[in-house]
Design a protein around this ligand. Structure first.
Ligand SMILES: C[S@@+](CC[C@H](N)C(=O)[O-])C[C@H]1O[C@@H](n2cnc3c(N)ncnc32)[C@H](O)[C@@H]1O
Length: 730
């Protein structure tokens, strides 16, 4: 920085002016990186980690027999906060691959593209909105990629699936976060059929998969068949080994050693080349070539019948290139419909294994669902059996489904209730083959967790160690037991001692001023100027945030309690649930945690005979739906305004108690239908379960018998029709 610049900076700061980003380059010249993406609101990586609240994972349920060791994880929560908690698990050695290495072997993420907000509004506003929204989106995703990277094992890969709108910016971000040297490919995947109605652009039909890897990462790409024309036109020779073509035995460049010397009257140096014996024929040769000169090796290969010596004098010797089992995956994954017959030895179309979904049988109707074949290519190429695969934007659960089929461990995170129920169902009715067909496949036991939205009643049932851990995590305390004045304390919060009150050991005991006083007598000023006591809200017998005794402040950290707001100095935002199908792919940014509060619900169930139709339809008319949450946007909402969606299991089985998602109705559509959920009665079993989800992710669950829809509990009146989707095996 020169003197003039220094003076200018001082002048601007003294006058209270803001410094534009260009000055940042001068004050903080880039050191390690040659380039970086500059935008408003870009946080330091260290701050991202430090400012992210870890939200403990609360187990809701285990599917399958609960054994020891690793359990695959399905987690409902904001991935940023969840990944911060997973980082703690990694540090504690609890995030392992089967071979014992720590960390995730493969991260695949398919984030929403933030399109809805960006492409609305008047054209003038749009340009501005694009920029603001664009920067916000990039930072939103960058924060998550930072966490993904920190969760990765030493030898691992990451794939970020994006479309054209943001891939270029994110490529630069990935270079910053993972190092440009770790960039492997930008794989182009065809995601849809050709477009006919074009808006003055070529048809946008592909997505891009940014692939980065570090360390000695696993790389075992599969193969695809050759083009038939190539094989039939070139592999025209045949011997006992099979069909072959002749190919060059030399490579470009002159060499002075053996490989530059003549053999069989052919001098490769004269044409600027040298002998380069390909691996394929080395491997086919039954005799050892070790320790031989190039020319001796060529002699052996010739004797073995692996070379082709031209009849013409001085002609270039060639080798026999035999047909192999296919071409390894390239970076263009482009399904071509109607291309049957074009590939050698198969009736498949080009890249049929990664064909886009359209109305393929594996489609379960989740918006943005990706095909299993696409994910199978990623997982099989970049991980081994027993490796841990993470999808932090799990959606319909394609990654856990494929990971399960390929014998990998998995963690799937999503902040949408619809996604969680879709994945739960999908895992329970898996079929063994990629594309979801073949024999039924029982998944390994997996656990469903809540993170950030907790069931307080279950929390109280936790054994003491788990409760203590949960409490410390919740308030971001360091778990470090220590003693002061003979009192056993549990950890630190920003350097201040923390006590997790053992309400289980002392049932019925309340923390009142007297309790704090006797604690204070033991601790005195040795504890410093403040101390935190964590306990369930109801255990405290005083209302204040803290009590002051001889200048020492004893803070009450109530669970749940909004002091966490003060501690983290930020507003909390809920896990916003979508109210229409378009919004399923919105970006979600939740901060903090809350406790499940069942919404207030009043409804009537009935049957409705439609004019001119034989069968009646089932109707659930929602009369009241109200919910609340201790979050930023918890302004009073009108009746039914907080409804996000209603999900139905048409044939709920009380015994297994698994909600088996059959249909989803978004609030927007329900509102249009005069707040009625209408469904075909022929789908109904003996009873249905309806899950009413609010926009904060809370649920009200109702089991409604067929009788309520006028069918009689035996359902004699209506024969159950086949379900559109397979029923969960229980
Ligand atoms: C494009 S979809 C993923 C589709 C998925 N690959 C599949 O095959 O079904 C993106 C998902 O990210 C979820 N999502 C958005 N923001 C999130 C967040 N902050 N934390 C966790 N999930 C989030 C959405 O709920 C949505 O299900």
């Amino acid at each position: 920085m020169n003197d003039e610049q220094r003076q200018e900076i001082i002048r601007r700061l003294q006058q209270g002016e803001e410094l534009s980003p260009e000055w940042a380059r001068i004050i903080f010249p880039p050191e390690k990186r040659e380039y970086e993406l500059v935008y408003h609101g870009k946080e330091r990586e260290e701050d991202i980690i430090a400012n992210t609240l870890a939200v403990p994972l609360q187990k809701v349920r285990t599917f399958g027999k609960n054994g020891d060791g690793w359990h695959n994880k399905l987690i409902f929560g904001d991935n940023l906060q969840v990944m911060k908690s997973l980082l703690e698990l990694k540090r504690a050695g609890d995030l392992s691959n089967t071979d014992g290495t720590q960390g995730v072997r493969l991260v695949y993420i398919d984030p929403p593209f933030a399109t809805k907000q960006e492409f609305t509004g008047q054209s003038e506003q749009k340009a501005y909105a694009d920029k603001v929204e664009g920067a916000r989106f990039i930072e939103w995703l960058r924060r998550r990629i930072v966490l993904c990277r920190d969760l990765m094992a030493e030898d691992s890969s990451i794939i970020v699936h994006l479309d054209d709108r943001k891939v270029h910016e994110i490529k630069v971000i990935m270079d910053e976060l993972l190092g440009p040297g770790n960039f492997r490919n930008a794989v182009i995947w065809r995601r849809t059929n050709s477009h006919n109605k074009l808006n003055r652009q070529f048809g946008p039909i592909h997505d891009t998969l940014l692939f980065y890897a570090r360390g000695a990462f696993t790389f075992t790409p599969g193969k695809r068949p050759f083009m038939r024309g190539y094989i039939e036109g070139r592999f025209t020779n045949k011997d006992k080994r099979g069909i072959y073509q002749t190919n060059y035995l030399t490579g470009p460049g002159v060499r002075t050693g053996d490989s530059g010397k003549p053999w069989r009257d052919f001098n490769p140096s004269l044409s600027g080349r040298h002998w380069a014996i390909p691996r394929q024929i080395r491997e086919l040769c039954k005799k050892t070539l070790d320790g031989l000169t190039t020319q001796q090796q060529l002699d052996v290969l010739e004797k073995e019948g692996l070379l082709h010596i031209p009849n013409k004098e001085g002609g270039q010797p060639m080798y026999r290139q035999y047909l192999t089992d296919g071409v390894p995956y390239q970076d263009l994954w482009c399904y071509q419909s109607n291309s049957q017959g074009i590939l050698y030895g198969t009736k498949e179309c080009i890249d049929e294994d990664v064909r886009y979904l359209e109305d393929a049988p594996e489609s379960i109707g989740y918006p943005t669902q990706k095909p299993e074949g696409l994910i199978a290519r990623c997982i099989s190429s970049l991980s081994k059996d027993g490796d841990l695969v993470l999808d932090a934007f799990a959606g319909s659960g394609t990654v856990p489904a494929v990971a399960e089929k390929l014998g990998r461990r998995w963690i799937a995170i999503d902040c949408g209730k619809l996604a969680i129920y879709t994945i739960q169902k999908r895992m329970l009715i898996l079929r063994a083959k990629i594309g979801n067909y073949g024999t039924p496949l029982k998944p390994k036991p997996f656990c469903l967790y809540n993170a950030g939205l907790y069931d307080f009643s279950k929390l109280k049932e936790l054994p003491w160690d788990a409760w203590r851990f949960f409490a410390l995590q919740l308030f971001q305390c360091r778990d470090e037991a220590h003693k002061i004045g003979g009192i056993q304390l549990d950890g630190y919060l920003k350097g201040t001692s923390v006590l997790v009150f053992n309400h289980q050991k002392q049932p019925g005991v309340r923390i009142d001023e007297e309790t704090v006083q006797s604690m204070h007598e033991a601790l005195g000023s040795k504890v410093g100027s403040r101390m935190f006591i964590i306990a369930p809200a109801l255990v405290f017998d005083f209302q204040q945030d803290y009590l002051t005794l001889d200048g020492v402040r004893y803070y009450a950290l109530r669970i749940p309690y909004s002091i966490i707001h003060e501690l983290h100095q930020r507003e909390f935002a809920a896990l916003k649930q979508p109210a229409d199908e378009m919004a399923v792919n919105d970006t979600v940014d939740a901060v903090g945690f809350d406790f499940i509060r069942s919404p207030e619900l009043e409804y009537v169930a009935m049957a409705n005979k439609r004019k001119g139709e034989m069968l009646s339809e089932g109707v659930i008319r929602i009369k009241t739906f109200k919910s609340e949450a201790v979050v930023r946007d918890s302004t009073k909402k009108a009746n039914r305004e907080t409804l996000s969606m209603v999900m139905l299991d048409y044939d709920f089985d009380t015994e297994s108690d698994v909600f088996d998602l059959d249909a989803v109705f978004y609030a927007e559509a329900i509102q249009k239908a005069e707040w009625e959920v209408r469904f075909p009665l022929e789908s109904l079993g003996k009873q249905l379960m309806a899950v009413f989800v609010d926009i904060y992710g809370n649920e009200a669950r109702e089991v409604i018998t067929a009788g309520k829809f006028g069918l009689g509990d035996t359902k004699a009146a209506v024969k159950p029709a086949k379900k559109s989707r397979e029923k969960t095996r229980k």
